[in-house]
Design a protein around this ligand. Structure first.
Ligand SMILES: [Zn+2]
Length: 74
């Protein structure tokens, strides 16, 4: 599913502050996390359900790469 360098950069940012792209099976979701710096280490494990202090978090399913426009998944 890696279509371009920018996609790979965001895909490798999963579990960190800022924007990231997570892929599960053939679906992609765009995530953003705004958390205090001291919480970032715990955010790395955020894919497991748990409580963390977060200012804002969100995710949205995406069908197209936000950089090159390639179709993501099926
Ligand atoms: Zn791309």
């Amino acid at each position: 599913m890696a279509c371009c360098d920018d996609f790979i950069r965001l895909h490798s940012n999963v579990g960190r502050r800022g924007f990231s792209i997570r892929t599960v099976d053939s679906k992609a979701t765009l995530h953003f996390n705004a958390v205090p710096a001291e919480e970032e280490a715990r955010l790395a494990e955020a894919l497991k359900p748990r409580r963390i202090v977060a200012q804002a978090m969100g995710r949205e399913s995406i069908r197209y790469c936000p950089f090159c426009g390639a179709v993501l998944g099926t």
